[in-house]
Design a protein around this ligand. Structure first.
Ligand code: PRX
Length: 632
């Protein structure tokens, strides 16, 4: 499965496009299957209907756990690093993880959970999150992990959308010095989630926790009732659901992307091994939260199915100071370090002595994910962390793609700073012009789409296949449209230029503008608003809102600003808070009433010189007013 040279990459790539069935069958056979597939792939993007390893039976946890027991049972599977550096790290071997997962799988069964049931996980970065997700997979329950920074109402809407029966959470967690009472958020959400029958609470801190009789129980009490820490893995069809994970769209409610067992396992593991090129004794650390796809594929499933040692960090890069990441790298002898440009930019702002006190000499490979990495951040990362000797893999992919699509393979692919470089075998990226025509020459720029199916792609949006089709397969029929734009150089290297829709990536989090605008519009003093992104040193992009209020509103504008942000934090979460709110007398609109976001974006980005022809607008006069009062 592992590519060892650039020549082999080129050969494998060619083969994967020419004979995808043979190529993927050769990879898939390296996994443990309970029954081999009858057919490798059937894909029709017009429906869309995609199936891989058809007829195959497997359980992903047998691949992540059981198959390592004989030779690697005592190898560390997970190293957990707590928020508080004074607390002890936890080392969990494959064998221990196997028993813990099996025991908790039996708890789930006791709770009446069985194959196909949805279970929501709203948990901090503790090993029990990994245990709970694998326990779900063990018995065929579908996990839906909600990032534990989301608000009660965001949690409730996700629970309801995926019709979860059980919620697993923790009482409280510390992130830096800040305690976060997860159970209280859950309690508020649970007022509006009629489908939830029971709640299991992991006691992470000693704080008293309110429990609702008949509904809530503690993790440890549930384990006490288990007689056996053996739980047979349930037979799963390749195309059975493995998990649902929500991602923001440019409009409407978040989309519950559905990933299935066989293709996802093969895709996430194959890409993990080839992109990172980790060896037997390496220590691999991805700093993402498991609440995002990066954590699913590259903290848990890819590394564990590969028998690697994966690090889970509970804390934040700034606590107790901005040297924490580097302290952990030295302490755990991390060899592979995978983080996001927003973290790199925040760390680059800190004094160098926070790095210089650490050796960082265990590092071999660095990774980046989540948004385009700018030149300055790339060089800072390369010089100060990699000391010029660690390849940087800039990995482009999405919640929808399940696994890395375009990336260098460490030590194999020639690098070009700020370029994700080349597609992995099995992935055919193409650039399309405005007319949907493929641009074959290079260099070129266009909409980034993918030709043909790949194993780890999402199969649908939970409960809304039509939306899946419209979002990804309608703009350019016959292709998967990523929503991103890209540039391809003469050598065939890709650089992602950013989103082409109204999704703004703030600190690596996808935020749809429409859902935030809807929240603002709920404020009784507000008529309407428009949100755009503007460049931000650390976050990559930040949110700028143009807001019109009713004429008779006398509330102080700063008070209104606070109220708006409180409303957003309560409804969506603190990650969607606005950096700037400008009150305007009107929004620039076309004659058909469409808000001209392009103009607003330019003004917010301090680029108002060249707005183009605005005379055709319905209300060109507001543009002058907005420019005059812009908050820069
Ligand atoms: O715009 C691209 C950006 O993140 C989007 C996907 O976000 P999400 O589903 O949350 O998954 C993030 C982690 C895989 C993409 O459409 N993106 C992701 N990786 C990169 C990137 N943009 C540029 N370079 C990347 N390496």
């Amino acid at each position: 499965m592992k590519i060892k040279s650039y020549k082999q990459y080129k050969d494998d790539y060619k083969e994967s496009i020419k004979n995808p069935e043979v190529f993927w069958a050769n990879i898939a056979k390296e996994f443990t299957w309970r029954k081999k597939w009858d057919k490798v792939v059937e894909a029709d993007f017009s429906k869309p209907d995609v199936k891989w390893f058809i007829g195959g039976k497997l359980n992903i946890t047998e691949n992540c756990l059981d198959r390592h027991l004989e030779k690697n049972g005592n190898k560390t599977a997970i190293i957990w690093e707590p928020n508080n550096p004074k607390e002890e790290s936890r080392y969990i071997t494959y064998k221990q993880l196997y028993h813990k997962v099996s025991a908790f799988a039996n708890v789930l069964k006791n709770k009446g959970i069985s194959k196909g049931d949805r279970v929501c996980l709203y948990m901090p970065m503790i090993p029990e999150l990994a245990i709970a997700m694998l326990a779900c997979a063990r018995i065929g329950a579908v996990h839906s992990i909600v990032f534990a920074g989301f608000s009660a109402s965001a949690l409730a809407s996700r629970i309801n959308d995926s019709e979860c029966k059980l919620l697993i959470t923790a009482n409280e967690v510390y992130r830096g010095t800040k305690p976060i009472n997860l159970k209280a958020v859950c309690d508020e959400a649970l007022e509006n989630t009629p489908g939830i029958e029971s709640v299991i609470v992991y006691r992470r801190t000693v704080e008293p926790t309110e429990m609702k009789e008949g509904r809530d129980t503690f993790w440890f009490d549930e384990l006490q009732q288990i007689e056996d820490d053996y739980c047979p893995a349930v037979d799963m069809d390749s195309e059975d659901m493995l998990f649902i994970l929500y991602t923001s769209g440019s409009t409407g409610t978040p989309k519950g992307m559905v990933h299935t067992c066989g293709g996802y396992m093969v895709g996430s593991t194959y890409t993990f091994q080839n992109v990172f090129q980790a060896k037997k004794d390496d220590v691999y650390w991805c700093t993402a939260d498991i609440g995002w796809i990066t954590g699913h594929s590259y903290i848990i499933y890819g590394p564990l199915a590969s028998g690697a040692t994966t690090v889970m960090f509970e804390g934040v890069p700034s606590y107790p100071d901005y040297g924490r990441f580097w302290e952990i790298v030295d302490k755990l002898k991390v060899t592979h370090f995978y983080t996001a440009p927003t973290a790199i930019r925040a760390l680059a702002k800190q004094p160098l002595h926070l790095i210089e006190k650490h050796k960082l000499n265990s590092l071999k490979v660095l990774g980046s994910v989540g948004e385009p990495i700018n030149e300055e951040a790339w060089h800072w990362y390369n010089d100060n962390i990699g000391k010029g000797t660690c390849p940087i893999v800039d990995t482009w992919w999405q919640t929808e793609t399940g696994a890395i699509m375009i990336s260098a393979m460490a030590g194999i692919t020639p690098l070009r700073p700020t370029f994700a470089t080349q597609p992995l075998p099995g992935v055919q990226p193409i650039l399309l012009d405005e007319n949907g025509k493929e641009v074959t020459d290079s260099p070129a720029e266009g909409s980034l789409a993918i030709k043909g199916a790949w194993p780890s792609m999402a199969r649908t949006i939970y409960g809304n296949h039509q939306r899946y089709k419209e979002t990804y397969f309608s703009a350019f029929p016959g292709y998967y449209f990523s929503g991103d734009g890209a540039y391809r150089d003469a050598m065939g290297n890709y650089r992602i230029t950013g989103r082409m829709d109204d999704v703004i990536i703030v600190s690596g989090h996808n935020l749809g503008t429409a859902p935030i605008e809807n929240v603002i519009n709920e404020h009784e003093d507000i008529v309407e608003c428009a949100i755009v992104g503007f460049p931000h040193d650390i976050k990559g992009n930040a949110l700028y809102a143009y807001v019109t209020k009713y004429n008779d509103v006398t509330t102080d504008e700063d008070v209104l600003r606070k109220e708006i942000n409180t409303l957003i934090t309560k409804t969506i979460g603190a990650i969607a808070k606005l950096d700037k709110i400008q009150f305007v007398s009107g929004l620039p609109k076309t004659r058909s009433g469409k808000i001209m976001r392009r103009i607003l974006r330019k003004i917010a980005s301090n680029d108002a010189e060249n707005l183009g022809d605005i005379s055709t607008l319905l209300n060109p006069e507001v543009v002058e007013e907005i420019k005059e009062n812009v908050l820069l």
